[in-house]
Design a protein around this ligand. Structure first.
Ligand SMILES: CC(C)(COP(=O)(O)OP(=O)(O)OC[C@H]1O[C@@H](n2cnc3c(N)ncnc32)[C@H](O)[C@@H]1OP(=O)(O)O)[C@@H](O)C(=O)NCCC(=O)NCCS
Length: 120
């Protein structure tokens, strides 16, 4: 595999908290139903999980190199907690393309890193 794109993003958790409080439709605009369920499953820390997913989506857009709709990028978690990304149309990855991401968050900030790899 060869890395053909990278992206990183940082999101302020308080900004996400305000958006959730002021814009009721914000969550539905940026999160798929599965992502929403994951983020809201425990009330504590929901905004951190949302911020992490927002950061992933921005990082993936940077790795791909152009804007795509928020809902065409979905973050799912394996049983271990490891995040994986699925993409949906109109996202078109190069043949054999694969996106890997990593997320970290604490009280004030969430960051995510994404790499786009293709088969050699
Ligand atoms: C993975 C681990 C380092 C996370 O550290 P942390 O300081 O608690 O959390 P961070 O803020 O750095 O990162 C949180 C993010 O890490 C990611 N993450 C969680 N588990 C992970 C794992 N096993 N591998 C890679 N990434 C993981 C998630 O994306 C999570 O954010 P999300 O829940 O919003 O998706 C920590 O949970 C750990 O050491 N786990 C070891 C594996 C483990 O115990 N698994 C338990 C289930 S088998």
């Amino acid at each position: 595999m060869a890395i053909v794109g990278t992206g990183v993003d940082i999101v302020e958790v308080d900004r996400i908290t305000s958006l959730i409080e002021r814009t009721p439709k914000f969550l539905d605009r940026v999160l798929t139903p599965s992502e929403k369920e994951y983020c809201l499953k425990g009330k504590k820390g929901a905004a951190q999980h949302v911020a992490g997913r927002f950061a992933v989506k921005e990082a993936v857009i940077k790795a791909i190199g152009h804007f795509v709709p928020w809902l065409s990028i979905e973050v799912l978690n394996e049983p271990s907690g490891h995040p994986i990304v699925q993409t949906y149309p109109p996202v078109e990855l190069p043949s054999g393309g694969r996106i890997s991401v990593s997320i970290a968050h604490e009280r004030h900030y969430a960051i995510a890193f994404a790499i786009l790899e293709v088969e050699d």
